[in-house]
Design a protein around this ligand. Structure first.
Ligand SMILES: NC(=O)c1ccc[n+]([C@@H]2O[C@H](COP(=O)([O-])OP(=O)(O)OC[C@H]3O[C@@H](n4cnc5c(N)ncnc54)[C@H](OP(=O)(O)O)[C@@H]3O)[C@@H](O)[C@H]2O)c1
Length: 398
């Protein structure tokens, strides 16, 4: 498969949104390492102008540790030359028509050159403001689709969604597209245009409020709309609506949707353990290492679906290779670990405790932070008893 991917990427022009985010960077590094003869990579970054886009590319992508393997293989000068030759940073914003691109010559050039469009940009805040979530994850996805449809050589749009658009359903989740207007609550129709109008109406009602009040109300509103239709939060709800719009308006453009579970650090490529920022599980692990998490309410046997970033990227490259030019196709791939290689909460607790016992974090006073293994509480009754005994809170019988 790898040789097919190498061949496929050769001489291709690719647009990637969502740089300089965590996953997009791993993808850019992989493409350059796998196929330095890629023709061009347009990287869409939020920036006011070309100069600032270039600055973000340098400081947030090119100069980071993730590229050290490429830097060692090629040498600093050759890597810089490769990046200058192949990567074109473009200032833009997917929540705006034509991706917010202002230079009409550039737009025409991109429409005539681009073969593959990869949409990774998103807001990943679970409780994002409803107007922002809709703007980026829902209508932003549609803007990327509309841009992709204008690319005359467009062979594929690959969109990164999330496995959690399936909400909290148990069992095996099928890789099937959403129907337009489908909900997880199943009892009412979802109309994305009405959601848009309601969001606008809510903003209008708030026009005399402070920024803080507007922000909090729009966050609460997003959560309320998500829960009404059966999704657990604004992030996954707005991502699900983005998938619906792409599915409905794709026409013949081949569309691949990748739905990863919780993305963690790289397992192998370009080297093990690279991560950036504290995303999902990582913030809990760091809190534990700092000694701030003494107990956790969870079922030790429940499976945590984690997936290393390089595996997600490998799945993206393989799916793009397999489906490019498949006119009219809509393919969906769940990328996770729970079926083939599940990790339980109990195991994770064990690994984390062993890790910090060997390599403790260093506290502000310069001494290692010694963490006790801590307690997993598997029921609300145990949690309530623990809080009563430890913090003298009144016992609550659930
Ligand atoms: N991380 C996970 O565990 C996980 C799991 C499942 C699925 N996913 C999906 O994977 C993708 C990447 O996630 P990530 O963890 O890499 O997220 P991330 O680090 O937050 O990166 C998201 C990127 O999107 C960019 N962006 C946001 N709004 C934009 C806009 N309007 N126009 C252009 N760019 C915009 C951000 O730009 P700025 O740098 O300017 O903010 C950022 O660079 C997302 O689609 C997410 O839904 C992530």
């Amino acid at each position: 498969m790898e040789s097919n991917c190498v061949q496929f990427l050769g001489n291709k022009t690719i647009l990637i949104t969502g740089a300089p985010g965590f996953l997009a960077k791993v993808l850019v590094e992989k493409i350059l390492r796998l196929q330095p003869n890629v023709k061009k990579i347009y990287l869409l970054l939020r920036a006011p102008d070309e100069k600032s886009a270039m600055q973000r590319l340098r400081s947030e992508v090119m100069e980071i540790d993730l590229f050290k393997v490429l830097r060692n293989n090629l040498g600093e000068d050759n890597l810089n030359a490769l990046m200058r030759e192949k990567i074109v940073p473009v200032p833009g914003d997917i929540s705006i028509d034509n991706l917010g691109l202002k230079d009409t010559d550039l737009i025409q050039r991109m429409w005539s050159e681009i073969d593959i469009i990869i949409n990774i940009a998103a807001t990943t805040n679970f409780d994002e403001r409803y107007d922002i979530g809709l703007g980026i994850n829902t209508f932003g996805a549609l803007n990327v689709l509309n841009f992709a449809k204008k690319c005359v050589k467009g062979q594929l749009l690959l969109h990164v969604s999330t496995a959690y658009i399936s909400g909290e359903q148990p069992g095996l989740l099928l890789e099937k597209p959403f129907k337009m207007g489908e909900t997880l609550s199943g009892d009412r129709e979802l109309d994305i245009n009405i959601e848009h109008d309601l969001m606008k109406q809510k903003l209008k009602e708030l026009q005399d409020c402070s920024d803080e009040e507007i922000s909090q109300t729009m966050k609460d509103f997003g959560m309320a709309r998500a829960k009404l239709h059966g999704w657990p939060n604004t992030y996954v709800f707005t991502k699900a609506m983005g998938e619906m719009l792409m599915g409905k308006y794709r026409e013949n453009l081949p569309l691949v949707i990748i739905r990863p579970t919780m993305i963690t650090s790289t397992i192998a490529e370009p080297f093990p353990g690279w991560i950036e920022g504290l995303k999902t599980l990582d913030s809990v692990i760091v809190a534990y290492g700092k000694g701030r998490l003494k107990c956790f309410l969870a079922d030790s046997n429940s499976v945590f679906d984690l997936i290393p970033a390089d595996m997600v990227v490998n799945a993206m490259v393989a799916a793009a290779t397999a489906h490019s030019g498949d006119t009219g196709i809509q393919a969906i791939y769940h990328v996770g670990s729970s079926c083939k290689n599940p990790v339980t909460f109990g195991q994770l607790h064990d690994f984390t405790a062993r890790y910090f016992a060997k390599r403790p974090l260093i506290g502000r006073n310069g001494s290692p932070i010694i963490v006790v293994k801590g307690t997993i509480l598997s029921t609300m009754a145990q949690f309530s008893l623990y809080m009563t005994l430890r913090y003298k809170l009144p016992l609550q019988v659930p």
